[in-house]
Design a protein around this ligand. Structure first.
Ligand code: PAF
Length: 285
């Protein structure tokens, strides 16, 4: 496995890769969710590349940039074990040199849900992922469905800006008790982790009701809110949106939907979702 810690080294290493390249952009602190993306990139392409970069422009001023977990040594070991060929680890100065002044914004899709609580977040994500795509020039890029809005924003960006690659959505990987894997789970105390299980439980209940025929978006939203309110310290949103454009349903769910949740357990912000009305793995234990 080759590692590149500068743009120059990355360009040289990339030029040597012939055939398709599967790419997994990450912020490190890799877990089984990332491993499943890397395995898929390895399996479906001639080569696989990973980037590890904690992107400052997607963190708000009061967010956890400084304390975001950094576990580079273990990350390299996981990449190697998964069969990755190339790992890119730039610094902030390389990605945002002095005078940097160009941003990518997917306007409407960035507004609801997390966008309301994290202003500028998706502009930071779209900009860094666009830069990484320009550098790595992947054939396919792999993203988890847990970050459903990020996936929607990046899919739109690739289509709107005619980027020559395929975005591959991958199912959310869960712990055996249902908790969606996240680099931030390591912040949870054992008691908080127990409380965090209310999220996947609430989403499962919504799936169950939907499978039984419930189509009232307002009712399903109130089921979500009730199940989360008792256990979470702050529910930022619990919402049912159209999967296609994240807009609201006026009444009945009549198209594939995203049931999505975000909020805090202790000081840890967690998100999760399930898709209703389209094949895809459920929030099952
Ligand atoms: O999902 C993430 O880890 C990040 O948002 C990403 C896509 C690597 C961009 O920094």
């Amino acid at each position: 496995m080759k590692t590149a810690n500068s743009i120059d080294a990355l360009r040289k290493a990339r030029a040597k890769l012939r055939g398709s390249v599967g790419f997994v952009p990450t912020m490190g602190a890799l877990h089984e969710g990332h491993v499943s993306l890397m395995r898929r990139a390895v399996k479906e392409n001639k080569h696989a590349a990973v980037s590890i970069f904690v992107n400052p422009s997607q963190f708000g001023p009061s967010e956890d940039l400084a304390k975001y977990p950094r576990t580079l040594k273990q990350d390299f070991a996981l990449c190697k074990k998964a069969g990755v060929d190339l790992v890119f680890t730039p610094t902030s100065e390389m990605m945002y040199p002095s005078g940097f002044d160009s941003w990518v914004e997917v306007v409407e899709l960035s507004k609801p849900l997390c966008g309301e609580f994290r202003p500028g977040h998706f502009k930071g994500v779209a900009t860094i992922v666009c830069k990484l795509f320009n550098l790595v020039q992947p054939t396919r890029a792999y993203f988890g469905r847990k970050d459903a809005q990020q996936l929607a924003v990046l899919t739109r960006m690739v289509a709107d800006l005619n980027m020559p690659l395929e975005i591959v959505p991958c199912e959310t990987v869960r712990e055996s008790d249902g908790l969606a894997m996240s680099s931030r789970n390591r912040y949870l105390s054992p008691a908080e982790r127990e409380r965090a299980l209310c999220i996947s439980r609430a989403l499962r209940e919504v799936e169950r009701l939907y499978a039984k025929g419930e189509r009232d978006a307002g009712h399903l939203t109130s089921v979500l809110e009730a199940a989360l309110g008792a256990e979470m310290d702050e529910v930022q949103y619990a919402d049912i949106r159209k999967l296609s454009d994240l807009s609201e349903f006026s009444d009945k769910i009549n198209a594939p939907a995203l049931a999505a949740v975000a909020g805090y357990v202790g000081s840890t912000r967690l998100i999760d979702n399930v898709v209703l009305g389209q094949s895809g793995k459920a929030a099952r234990k």
